[in-house]
Every structure is written in C-alpha cells, then in structure tokens.
Ligand binder design. Sequence first.
Ligand SMILES: Cc1cc2nc3c(=O)[nH]c(=O)nc-3n(C[C@H](O)[C@H](O)[C@H](O)COP(=O)(O)OP(=O)(O)OC[C@H]3O[C@@H](n4cnc5c(N)ncnc54)[C@H](O)[C@@H]3O)c2cc1C
Length: 238
Amino acid sequence: VILHEKSGELGGQWLAASAGEDKAAFRTITAGLVRRMEKAGVDIRLNSAPDKNAILSEKPDVVILATGAHPRDLSGVDILPSPEQNGIARLFGIDVLRGARVPGRKAVVVGGRYIGMECAVRLAEQGYETSLVEMNEIGRGVILRIRGIMFRRMMEAGVRLFPSSSVFRLTRHQVEIAHGGSVFPIDADAVILAIGTVPDKSLQEHDFGVPTHVIGDCRRIGDARDAVAQGTELGLLL
Ligand SMILES: Cc1cc2nc3c(=O)[nH]c(=O)nc-3n(C[C@H](O)[C@H](O)[C@H](O)COP(=O)(O)OP(=O)(O)OC[C@H]3O[C@@H](n4cnc5c(N)ncnc54)[C@H](O)[C@@H]3O)c2cc1C
C-alpha cells in the first residue's frame, strides 16, 4: 500500500481539530494510526501529490481517493479593496487554530459553529477585540453540551455576538453586516472565515482504469468518525 500526502504531515483536518492544550487526547488518534501503518508496512510518501499519470505509473490494482475538504471562501460579497491592496486580512479558521498569526487587534470571525466559536474564544483570550457573525443561530447543530461550554467561554472572554447577520461587504477597515434589512459596520483588522468546507474532488474526474473508491470528506462532508469508518469498511472489503 502506498499513501500519498501532499503536505509534510499526516492528519489532514484532524491536525486543526486536535490543536490546542485541551485536545491532547485527540492527537493520540493520529499517532495510533501512523504507528499501525508503519507496522503494517505502508509506504508513506509525504509532500507528494501525484497526478493521474504518476498514479498510473505505480500500476495500482485499486485507487482510493481520500483528498478531504478545503475551507469555504466568501462568495457574493464585495471586497474593497483586495487584501493585496492593504484591505482587511482574510484568514481561514482552520489555519488560526493551527497557530497562524492574526494581524492587528480587531478580529471578526464569520461562522458560529465549532471552528468559528473556538477561534473567537482563542482570539478574545489572546486580547483581540473579537466579534462573531453568524447568519443563523450561533451554535446551530452543535452538540448541546459543547454549545453550552463554548457560549460560556465566549461570554467570559468578551466576544461580541452577532447572530442572524450575514457579511454584506468588506471595506478597508470594516466588515459590514446585514441584519434585519439594515447594514451595520464592525471595525476590523482581520476576518476569520469559518463557514464550512467544500469537498476536494480534484482527482475524481479521472478514469484510472482500475476499481476506484472515494471515501471521507471528499465524497461527502462528514466527520472524522465517518471518514475512519469508511476507510475501515473499505479496507476489510478489499
Ligand atoms: C477544526 C476542526 C474540528 C473538527 N472536529 C471534529 C470532531 O470533534 N469530531 C469529528 O468527528 N470530526 C471533526 N472534524 C472533521 C474531521 O476532521 C474531518 O471530517 C476528517 O478529518 C475528514 O477526513 P478525511 O480523511 O476525509 O479528509 P482530511 O482530513 O481533509 O484529509 C485529506 C488529506 O488529503 C490530503 N490531500 C488532498 N489532496 C491531495 C492530493 N492531491 N494528493 C495527496 N494528498 C492530498 C490533504 O493534505 C489532507 O491531509 C473537525 C474538523 C476541523 C477542521
């Protein structure tokens, strides 16, 4: 078995899910899987993103695509001027959780589910003046116990909450949000996007000429349990 990973580290989105002092137990899952792969003799190739020809040159009997998902970007929103012209910095929540530096001292987090709430708490605790904007209810669909914990942490850290509000426009120093038919500005140096993920289907357009299976978030956005269960079932089947 050959495993190609385009980054320099195994773990995918779980690296962000398990980042932070309180998530040490999460990290044992990746470490355990890596140990089992090494023991089983899996040929692990980091910094490797083969194209169709490179994959076919290995003469595989089966191809398994598990390319995951990438963060969703803002769409349908005016961004004036662009970040390259010193507009508001734009970062993805997943990168912030992994330690990316957020410039300035005023942060607006867009998206109020797991990643957005976690980013908002961390940034507020680090001293950023932090606002969280969510187009629906904050914490919608989040496990109730976790929602309660995150809500308390956001209140204690002084996060300003803007539910039922959507981003309308980014200007040089403000995020304009629409709420109840009116537009309101929030001062911002950086916008942190946590508005979901999009399946990475980049390799799925190819016909490899051998049985090809698609598992995990690149098939359908789910969670780590779905991805691991699909991998386990397929491994047993093959
Ligand atoms: C902050 C955060 C918190 C989360 N918390 C939880 C949680 O508490 N519980 C839970 O169950 N789930 C959670 N999830 C979701 C879970 O992490 C994902 O559902 C899961 O990681 C999906 O696994 P995957 O293997 O399908 O994809 P990914 O984890 O996205 O991994 C795909 C991998 O493929 C690599 N890749 C992509 N394209 C190529 C290519 N062309 N060539 C080679 N390699 C490539 C990528 O670099 C990546 O390492 C969380 C996610 C995030 C971001």
